[in-house]
Each structure stands twice: as structure tokens, then as C-alpha cells.
Design a protein around this ligand. Structure first.
Ligand SMILES: Nc1nc2c(ncn2[C@@H]2O[C@H](COP(=O)(O)O)[C@@H](O)[C@H]2O)c(=O)[nH]1
Ligand SMILES: [Mn+2]
Ligand SMILES: [Mn+2]
Length: 397
């Protein structure tokens, strides 16, 4: 187990192995972040990769101050998983594209009424999100993006279970391997980006003292963005389920970009997660790419302290977006890249994005999973494979 938890310095550790490639630049960003004034410890997860200034796939613990820049601009980005009642053998792959239609367009009044007929609780949630935005001094116009996925690595994916490792936990989670599952990855859209920009304009990248007015102001906005992001995922799922004429039960919904207050030994600590899935909130989903498996995991909370109660949130990028087309265009056309080894399809109107989000652009998920298993942080409940992935360029984050 020891080899999988590598202590690089007093404050810096990584969950990794000799067989998992982590870029030097990402490790360097991790070490630089550990030097911030109020930082206690940082951990790089096996999907660690370089980000804008700070690495992605990492958790950071600070004392008395916290750093909004360490949450990043897509506050509340996360994954939600739904078990649908759509039988696998009823799915007609060729028809799904038309059935699902366009998810880039905001939800209009007609569609909203149709969603409410099926999911009346969305109305209360939307009202609460609006109240949260108003209380935080944010513009209600941001609500317009609710129900849209957003660009880049965000996605909605229909999946099927191809292996169950822990039948008891699988059943307890109300999962069904003869029925389609829906995994949604999205966040707070332009809202999170606006909040971070506003913060950086006023305070640059400085930490905020726990009891300061600026901290209270940021946290009010951050918490509104978390609720917004969770509702956004719920609305994306509702749109898809309605269009597929099936029902869906929520299995999990977990943010991977957030900051959380932690009380320990009378100290005021802050746990930042930037592309890191909390391991202390129940089941988690570890997706690879649109051409790789996803794993449903049971975190082992008893070992959580070594990784700051955080897990990898995916496979992590291997190639920069700007390199993908050059690397791939001689090898495959966008049409070829839209079909995967699993026989699954990709809906993506943007041809450039098909290259940027190609499975080859991501690390191998099994090598990431092996580190989590080696460090004794998780057990595997089931493995899913993709059936259909919806990706869009969308606007912003
Ligand atoms: N199953 C799929 N997994 C995907 C897809 N696109 C990206 N990914 C994985 O999700 C994480 C998300 O990372 P984030 O930093 O944007 O939050 C990423 O590391 C990939 O491993 C997909 O289309 N399907
Ligand atoms: Mn995001
Ligand atoms: Mn994300």
C-alpha cells in the first residue's frame, strides 16, 4: 500500500504509482500551491494534471484562510448518476440522436411546464436557487443556462453496466444491469466563472480570512453556485429522461469543485477540492472518457485522511486540447472518432470538439483506479460502459 501514497515533502503527497504518469508541471503546480501562506497540506490524486495556475485533480487544506482560486471557475462542477427504467434491449441506438435532440438551447416556457408535470419538485428547487442568488447579490439572468450541459469535458452519457463486482452494494443502490443508466457531468455554467472573476478582480489570488466580510460574501455566492450546479444536473437529466420517455432515480450527485469548512482540534480549516471527488459523501462515479469505462466506487472512509477525504474525479487529461487535432487528424476522421470500441456513439455537433474530447486525449482509467485501490481508498461496485455520449461546445466553462 505504501508505494501508492508518496510523500513528496512535509506538506505535499500524491496518490500515484511508478506505472502512472504524472506531468512534472502538475507536480510543480502542486508544490507551488503548497507554499501559499496558510496552506497546511496538499494531495495530488491519480488524475492530477496541470490547470490554469493551479493543478486539477487535487485537494488542498488550509488554516484560517481559504483560496477561491483553488475551487476554480466551475464552482459545483460534479457528477450525477441516474438509474433509468429503460430496458437495454429496447434501446435503438440509431434513434437516440433524434430522440434526445438539442440540449444546448435553454429550457423554454413550454418545456419547463412539461418538465414540471413529471418533476414538480424542480419548481421548489428553482425557487430556492433564485432566492440563494438574490441573497448573494447575483443576477437572476444566470438562471437562463439551467438545464444546459456546457462545453468541453462536460457531458451526458447513457451507460450500461458490464460487470458487477459487489452485488450487495449494487442492489442496495437500486441499480439494475438490464436497464440504462445516465451519467451527467456539468457545473454552474457562467455563474461560477462570474463569481471567480469578481473575486479575483477585487482580491487577486489572495486568501480570505475565515471571519472576514469578503469570505462571507464569497461563501454565500459559492453556496448558491453549488445549489445551482446540482439543479443544473437535475434539469439536464430531467430533459433527457422526458425525451427518452423513461423514468430515472437519482443514485448519486457529488460536486468535485468546492471548498468546505472543517473543524479539527479546535482549528478552523478549509478543504478545497479542485477536480477531486469527496470520499465522505457516499458512492462515487469515476468516469474515464467517452471511449473508456466508468467505475462505481465505494469509498473507504476509514482510510480517507491520507487523501484529504478526496478521490480522483476522472482519468484526467493526457493531451492539451490544442494538441489533439494535430495528433489525431491523420489517424481518424471525426466520423470515425464518433464511434468507439464499445460500439457506442457520440452526439457532438462540433467537429473540433470531437478531436479535443477523443478518448486518446485522456489517461488510461484503469491505471488511475489501480492507484485508488492500491492506496486502499475504494472498492469497486460495478463497471459501466458507454452507450451514447452527448457533448457540446456550449459557452464557457
Ligand atoms: N465517461 C466519460 N468520461 C468523460 C468524458 N469526458 C471527460 N470524461 C472524464 O471526466 C473527467 C471530468 O474532468 P473535469 O476536470 O472536466 O471535471 C475527465 O477527467 C475525464 O476522465 C465523457 O464524455 N465520458
Ligand atoms: Mn466543469
Ligand atoms: Mn468537472
Amino acid at each position: 500500500m505504501g508505494n501508492f501514497i508518496q510523500q513528496l515533502s512535509e506538506r505535499v503527497s500524491v496518490i500515484a504509482s511508478d506505472r502512472l504518469w504524472l506531468e512534472d508541471s502538475a507536480i510543480q503546480q502542486l508544490k507551488t500551491t503548497a507554499q501559499l501562506t496558510h496552506m497546511s497540506s496538499v494531495v495530488g490524486l491519480p488524475d492530477l494534471h496541470p490547470g490554469r495556475g493551479y493543478p486539477v485533480g487535487a485537494a488542498f487544506l488550509s488554516q484560517n484562510h481559504f483560496y477561491p482560486a483553488l475551487v476554480g471557475n466551475d464552482i459545483g462542477c460534479g457528477m450525477s448518476l441516474y438509474q433509468t427504467d429503460l430496458a437495454i434491449n429496447k434501446v435503438k441506438l440509431d434513434k437516440l440522436d433524434k430522440q434526445i435532440g438539442n440540449l444546448d438551447e435553454p429550457v423554454d416556457e413550454d418545456e419547463w411546464q412539461q418538465l414540471l408535470d413529471i418533476y414538480p419538485d424542480l419548481s421548489t428547487r428553482k425557487q430556492l436557487v433564485a432566492e440563494g442568488l438574490l441573497a448573494a447579490g447575483l443576477d437572476l439572468l444566470q438562471m437562463r443556462s439551467l438545464g444546459t450541459i456546457g462545453g468541453g469535458n462536460h457531458f451526458a452519457e447513457l451507460q450500461i453496466t458490464d460487470r458487477v463486482d459487489d452485488a450487495g452494494s449494487y442492489k442496495a443502490a437500486n441499480l439494475h444491469n438490464k436497464r440504462v443508466q445516465l451519467l451527467v457531468h456539468s457545473g454552474s455554467r457562467g455563474l461560477g466563472q462570474f463569481i471567480l472573476r469578481q473575486h479575483v478582480d477585487a482580491h487577486s489570488h489572495a486568501g480570505l480570512a475565515s471571519d472576514s466580510e469578503a469570505a462571507t460574501d464569497y461563501l454565500r455566492k459559492h453556496n448558491a453556485a453549488l445549489d445551482y450546479a446540482a439543479l443544473n444536473r437535475a434539469m439536464i437529466a430531467a430533459r433527457i429522461l422526458r425525451r427518452l420517455r423513461c423514468n430515472g432515480e437519482l443514485v448519486l450527485d457529488v460536486h468535485h469543485n468546492l471548498v468546505t469548512p472543517v473543524q479539527a482540534d479546535g482549528k478552523s480549516l478549509w478543504l478545497h477540492r479542485k477536480g477531486a471527488t469527496p470520499s465522505d459523501q457516499g458512492l462515487v462515479m469515476l468516469p474515464g472518457s467517452r471511449g473508456d469505462y466508468s467505475y462505481l466506487l465505494q469509498p473507504k472512509t476509514e482510510n480517507g485522511a491520507v487523501s484529504l477525504y478526496s478521490l480522483a474525479h476522472g482519468a484526467g487529461r493526457k493531451w492539451q486540447r490544442t494538441d489533439c487535432k494535430d495528433r489525431l487528424f491523420k489517424l481518424a476522421t471525426p466520423d470515425q472518432l464518433s464511434r468507439t470500441e464499445f460500439g457506442s456513439r457520440v452526439i457532438c455537433a462540433d467537429r473540433a470538439l470531437i478531436y479535443e474530447e477523443a478518448p486518446q486525449a485522456y489517461k488510461n482509467l484503469d491505471s488511475v483506479l489501480n492507484c485508488l485501490l492500491g492506496a486502499d481508498l475504494v472498492t469497486v461496485i460495478a463497471r459501466n460502459k458507454p452507450l451514447l455520449t452527448y457533448k457540446t461546445r456550449g459557452e464557457c466553462c
